[in-house]
Design a protein around this ligand. Structure first.
Ligand SMILES: [Zn+2]
Length: 119
């Protein structure tokens, strides 16, 4: 019988100690080395932009972190980084684990959409 833990182990290797026991914290989206405690940020994962996230939120309304991850195909740390940036810019708001666009975020999205279409 295998041990079940709240942390899921990822494929990453710790750049500090070389340990393979790097676990994912589902709440924060961080990757944490269980050997030395280093927070590992992966750089090889698919990138995601603010516009992508805004687009999904505009279409679907409120979305959870796992759902956003699913639709964007981004890794936890990438997605978490962009969402944090958007939160600090007041473009998205998070309530009870669900992200949604703020009024400012919706304006920002419309402006960006206009640029995409060359208006
Ligand atoms: Zn380590």
């Amino acid at each position: 019988m295998s041990h079940r833990r709240s942390l899921r182990f990822s494929q990453s290797t710790c750049p500090v100690c070389g340990g393979k026991e790097v676990a994912r914290d589902d709440l924060k989206g961080d990757l944490l080395c269980t050997n030395c405690g280093h927070i590992v940020t992966r750089t090889e994962s698919r990138s995601v932009g603010k516009f992508d996230i805004a687009q999904h939120l505009k279409r679907n309304g409120k979305m959870t972190f796992p759902r956003l991850k699913e639709v964007t195909g981004a890794s936890d740390d990438k997605l978490f980084g962009v969402l944090s940036g958007m939160e600090s810019m007041d473009l998205v708001t998070q309530l009870a684990g669900q992200y949604s666009l703020t009024k400012k975020g919706q304006r920002w999205y419309r402006q960006r959409l206009g640029q995409e279409w060359g208006y």
